[in-house]
Every structure is written in structure tokens, then in C-alpha cells.
Design a protein around this ligand. Structure first.
Ligand SMILES: C[S@@+](CC[C@H](N)C(=O)[O-])C[C@H]1O[C@@H](n2cnc3c(N)ncnc32)[C@H](O)[C@@H]1O
Length: 367
């Protein structure tokens, strides 16, 4: 985070127990709709630098209309440590005559600080959206609730955003192009929220495979996206030849596993990923602990800091497919614990905090 956010560190609870390198910043788009001769983009953005009305919303790199801010009680409750979080709701009206965003193939929406001292710093998280995707099929509520989103707009926007962000960090960390990967794997693909965009953009020489333990989600993805998804088991191995994969990406899978399971899956990834290939996955680390548990007591955070993990919270989201909370957890680990698990088989190239909301991303290379 730039220096103009530094004073915000003072508001972070328990920060003396954590190894935060930046204040976690969040914003989100709740919806984009057409209203007569306008498109309305609505969402919330924590006030840049804690100052009211200090955020700009850019579409395809430009200001496209006036942003109005109002109160959002939920955001105030979620981020009590962020000054003026209550004034985070925004609405942006874009005139169709000036910029017909609903007619664009793909748009990128960013929030920036209106501060001039830092040249209008862009927040790292950009959201991507393809208006035409709203015409696509969406998984029903039962399937989509298992990944925590049953809103078609969020499913579509977050899926494309994650696809774009995975390719961005891959290219930034490896100095290779995404298209250099001949075989791409989405491990823990669910119903293909991210994969549908990766598959659509495959170059002719590229192949894809998606794996998940969620049978109905895999079946849905096979029917609505492509026949490139397979149901697999909670335990290794994957039905794939050793060294056959160039890159595996996994969104929010290790965030649900205990360390013994992570250990087994790291060694399985080392089996299926070719030497010099890459593994990209998200974790919940200390940044997430602050964001998700602002009132966590000191004992919990002290335990997290000294033991490097906190995985006792059982998650019931997969009970409908008979996966119990004994296996499926909400799990937080320090970056050092994750580094230790990887170091023998993988070289860590990048850990980016708050890659997608409170999840950090790890990019590593098979030794
Ligand atoms: C939070 S969801 C994320 C789904 C998907 N990555 C997305 O972003 O939409 C976590 C996924 O991991 C899957 N999962 C958990 N353990 C797994 C395992 N051992 N092998 C494959 N998938 C697994 C779950 O079934 C679930 O679909």
C-alpha cells in the first residue's frame, strides 16, 4: 500500500501480533444494470485513505460519470477498523450516448484514490465483466451455494476476474505467457466459475482439465461448458500421468484443508506438474484473519502467530454431497507455514496479498 494509507495501520486490531505488510483494502461491484439511456454501476468501496468521497471508479481506464456515495451499514459492520467505512456505498451513472458499456465485449472496472499526491493510485483489485455472459447458463442454487455465491452477476464477474488475475500473476511471476502452457488444470474447479473463461480463451494448441470432488458441479460444468471436467477423490492420486501438466491453478481449495491434507496434495501436484511447471493457489493468511475476524481475541491470534495455523473451524458447505466438516474446514496459515510445505518440491516465486478480497495467491515452480 502506498504511504498515504500508512496511518490506517493504527486502526488494525491486534496488528502487533500480525505480520501485515499492508492494510487490507476492499471494494466490490454489486451489479451493473441498464436504466433507459444510462447504465448504473453500483457497489461499495472503502474510502481511499479513509477519507470520504476520495475514491474514483474507472471503467476501461477512464472516469465515465459522476460517482455518488452513500451509507452502507453492512460494510461499516464488516470493516470496523477502516475509517469512514460507513460511507462506502457508491453508484455510478454512465450515459449510453457517451459510453455504451453494455455493448462492450469486456470491461474492466477499477477503483482509484482521488488523491493527487500519488497520481491517483489504482487499487490492485480490478473487476472484469462481459455483459454477454449474463445470457449464459448458471448453476442452480444448490450447486452454487457450495462455492458461496448464488448470484449470477457475482458468479460471472468473479469468475472472469479470477481468470484474468490468475493469468496476470502467472505472467508477472514467471515471465512466460499464459499461452506457453499446453496443459492447464483447474483443481477444485467446482462448477467452472473460473474455468469457463479459461476454456473459452484457450489457444488451439492448449488443453484443459478440471477436477473436483463435487459430482453434481462437475456434471453441470461438463454439460454447460465443455467435456473437460472429471470428478475426483478427496485423497490423491489424480487420474493423470506424472509430469503431464504445465500449470495447475486452484482458487480457494487450500483455504479449506488441514495441513496433513495440504501436504499430500502438494506432493501430488509435484507428481502431475512437469519440472519447471507451475502451481498457483490461494490461501487465507494473516491479512485474511484481520479482515474476517476483526474481533478475534488475542489468544487466537497469538496461537496463529506461534503455531502458524488455525484450522479448527468446520465448514458445512459440502455436507449436501456427503463431505463432512471434519475434512472441509476454514483454514488460515501463515505464509511461512505454506513456504515450508512447498520448499522441497516447489520454488515460491510470488506471494501476493489480497489477490481476491481476503485471499492471498501463491505462485510456485516445480523444482
Ligand atoms: C470454495 S470452492 C471453490 C470452487 C472453484 N475453485 C471456484 O472458484 O468457483 C472449493 C472447491 O474445492 C473443492 N475441493 C475440496 N477438496 C478437494 C479435493 N481434494 N480435490 C478436488 N476438489 C476439492 C470443493 O468441492 C469445492 O468445489
Amino acid at each position: 500500500m502506498s504511504t498515504n494509507n500508512q496511518p490506517l495501520m493504527d486502526y488494525i486490531p491486534n496488528r502487533h501480533l500480525l505480520s501485515l505488510s499492508g492494510t487490507p483494502y476492499f471494494w466490490n461491484i454489486n451489479g451493473i444494470r441498464k436504466d433507459g439511456d444510462k447504465a448504473i454501476v453500483s457497489g461499495w468501496a472503502l474510502p481511499a485513505g479513509g477519507r470520504i468521497r476520495s475514491s474514483n471508479i474507472l471503467i476501461d481506464g477512464n472516469k465515465r460519470g459522476r460517482v455518488n456515495f452513500s451509507e452502507n451499514e453492512t460494510v461499516a459492520r464488516l470493516y470496523p477498523w477502516w475509517p469512514n467505512a460507513r460511507m462506502s456505498q457508491f453508484s455510478l451513472e454512465v450515459s449510453v450516448a457517451e459510453f455504451d458499456l453494455m455493448a462492450r465485449e469486456e470491461i474492466v472496472v477499477e477503483s482509484t484514490s482521488a488523491e493527487t499526491s500519488d497520481g491517483g493510485r489504482r487499487n490492485k483489485t480490478a473487476f472484469y465483466f462481459r455483459p454477454a455472459d449474463m445470457q449464459s447458463a448458471f448453476p442452480d442454487e444448490v450447486i452454487s451455494s457450495r462455492i458461496g455465491t448464488n448470484n449470477p452477476f457475482q458468479f460471472s464477474m468473479s469468475g472472469l476476474t479470477l481468470a484474468r488475475q490468475f493469468t496476470r500473476v502467472f505472467e508477472a511471476a514467471t515471465e512466460r505467457k499464459w499461452t506457453d502452457n499446453d496443459m492447464i488444470c483447474d483443481w477444485g474447479c467446482g462448477s467452472g466459475r473460473v474455468a469457463r473463461h479459461i476454456v473459452r480463451d484457450l489457444a488451439p494448441h492448449q488443453e484443459f482439465i478440471g477436477f473436483d470432488i463435487d459430482g453434481p458441479a462437475v456434471e453441470w460444468a461438463t454439460r454447460h461448458i465443455a467435456p473437460m471436467f472429471r470428478q475426483t477423490e478427496m485423497e490423491p492420486p489424480l487420474p493423470f500421468d506424472a509430469g503431464g501438466i504445465d500449470v495447475v491453478y486452484a482458487y480457494s481449495v487450500f483455504t479449506h484443508l488441514t495441513l496433513p491434507h495440504i501436504r499430500k496434495w502438494v506432493s501430488e501436484m509435484a507428481r502431475v506438474i512437469k519440472k519447471g511447471g507451475h502451481f498457483i493457489f490461494t490461501i487465507l493468511s494473516d491479512t485474511a484473519l484481520v479482515a474476517l475476524m476483526p474481533y478475534a481475541d488475542e489468544a487466537l491470534i497469538a496461537q496463529f502467530s506461534s503455531q502458524g495455523g488455525y484450522d479448527i473451524v468446520k465448514n458445512a458447505q459440502l455436507e449436501s454431497i456427503n463431505v463432512s466438516g471434519d475434512y472441509y474446514r476454514n483454514a488460515w496459515y501463515t505464509k511461512n507455514v505454506i513456504r515450508n510445505e512447498l520448499q522441497e518440491l516447489f520454488e515460491v516465486l510470488l506471494i501476493e496479498e489480497n489477490f481476491h478480497f481476503y485471499q492471498d495467491v501463491v505462485v510456485c515452480r516445480r523444482r
